[in-house]
Design a protein around this ligand. Structure first.
Ligand SMILES: *Cc1c(COP(=O)(O)O)cnc(C)c1O
Length: 431
């Protein structure tokens, strides 16, 4: 055999990984389960590009599922990480970097007066739910069908469309007791929200939602829905939690809450907050946050929370976003992509719906507007799978599920969007 045949490639590496890692991956979204085929093994990233071990180059519209709003390997972020490494990787004792990142979060996120760092978005939502329950002394929480809040037991509930549903777990291993106090409502449904609170308001600890949804594909909240959420929670002493793990620092420097003009009581953050390192956070009203130990009695802890290398990465990322303020540029690049995709789909006679907020965008293969889980899941996922692979073959790396949002980074350019649109036209013509 010659040298090339022996060289590891994505196929052989995936087969190898499947022997020692369940499904070959450390997070299921990477496994291409919804679209088939083998995921490319990534060798490196650079700005808007990914390079795989097979020698392919891609225009990347995932950015590690959100964090890389500055593109891969931004020099300021890499330098901050390198500097942090020179002093050590973890101390289990306070460092100044933790205060610096906390202060910047408090400054940037309107609802946040105090913030606690954790290691992932899942930890952030799990802790926020516990805090809301501890603070209110109530048990029942409301989530919305199609919103994802990490793999927290009590939040791993999806409901079918339509009616108000009492939570049944959507994964084996989650005891029904864990979800018995989780109510699931349809997104954007003001009437269902009102019904859920009727007579029950005094039992409701928290309402949690993605204020701009990304995890059923991009779905946009109505003004009416947002106002009803804020009003109903205030009237009933229920904690309103915005899960901004994805939308935070993505749809605006001051997060979705500033863009939408609604102030939640608690906010969860992640993804961009760590700039590519594992960081999550939950924060909000000081009176609620002070219920967390060691000030209050709601317990929450983490050996590696506030890790100095991760703090350095997050701090450099947020500081760069403040300095560059790339949001107008992101808006115009994403609008160029949206307009081009709509035109290309029309040209190819393929019915699509595009939902976009800032640099978050989903193209649904769907004839009807997508406003909630029921309408999102009416999309043609077989067509999506063909679209995905057609784009991948043409050098464009998109999320491998219809129910995800793509992200544009500050290192994309109008020329790269044009290149993407050429690939899109060619791909759509084959659908
Ligand atoms: C990604 C995500 C999470 C989970 O974050 P992890 O870091 O993967 O645990 C929670 N909520 C939302 C809205 C997310 O997009």
């Amino acid at each position: 055999m010659n040298d090339t045949a022996n060289r590891p490639n994505s196929e052989t590496e995936f087969a190898r990984a499947c022997k020692s890692i369940p499904g070959g991956v450390n997070s299921p979204a990477r496994a291409f389960g919804a679209v088939g085929g083998t995921p490319p093994y990534i060798q490196r990233g650079d700005g808007p590009y990914l390079f795989d071990i097979d020698g392919n180059q891609y225009i990347d519209f995932i950015g590690s599922w959100g964090p890389h709003i500055l593109g891969h390997r931004h020099p300021a972020v890499i330098r901050a990480i390198q500097l942090a490494l020179e002093t050590g990787t973890s101390f289990g004792a306070p460092t100044v970097a933790e205060s610096e990142l906390a202060e910047l979060v408090v400054k940037l996120v309107p609802s946040v007066e105090k913030v606690r760092m954790v290691n992932s978005g899942t930890e952030a939502t799990m802790s926020a739910i516990r805090l809301a329950r501890g603070f209110t002394g109530r048990d029942v929480i409301i989530k919305f069908a199609g919103c994802y809040h990490g793999h927290v037991d009590s939040l791993l509930v999806q409901a079918g469309s339509g009616a108000l549903t009492l939570g049944t777990p959507s994964s084996p291993g989650v005891p029904s007791g864990c979800t018995a106090d989780t109510l699931v409502l349809p997104y954007n449904d003001v009437a269902a929200l009102g019904t859920a609170f009727e007579g029950k308001g005094a039992e409701l600890a928290a309402v949690i939602l993605e204020p701009v949804c990304g995890n059923m594909g991009c779905v946009v909240p109505t003004e009416e829905f947002l106002q009803a959420l804020r009003q109903t929670c205030t009237n009933n002493g229920t904690v309103l939690i915005f899960d901004e793990v994805m939308s935070g620092f993505r749809v605006a420097l001051n997060c979705a809450q500033s863009r939408l003009g609604v102030t939640p009581d608690l906010t969860t953050l992640g993804k961009i907050l760590g700039g590519g390192m594992p960081v999550g956070a939950y924060g909000g009203r000081a009176d609620i946050m002070d219920a967390v130990s060691p000030v209050g009695s709601v317990y929450q802890a983490g050996t590696l929370s506030g890790n100095p290398v991760a703090m350095a990465s997050g701090l450099a990322t947020l500081q760069q976003l403040v300095k560059d303020d790339p949001y107008n540029k992101l808006e115009s690049l994403a609008a160029q992509l949206e307009d081009g995709l709509l035109a290309a789909a029309k040209n190819a006679n393929v019915p699509v719906q595009i939902n976009r907020v800032g640099s978050m965008l989903t193209m649904f293969f769907n004839e009807q507007p997508v406003t909630d889980f029921a309408t999102a899941t009416a999309s043609d996922t077989d067509r999506f799978a063909k679209w995905f692979h057609g784009m991948l073959d043409r050098g464009v790396y998109l999320p491998c599920s219809q129910y995800e949002a793509l992200f544009v980074s500050a290192t994309h350019t109008p020329e790269l969007i044009d290149e993407t649109l050429e690939a899109a036209s060619a791909t759509l013509a084959t659908l």
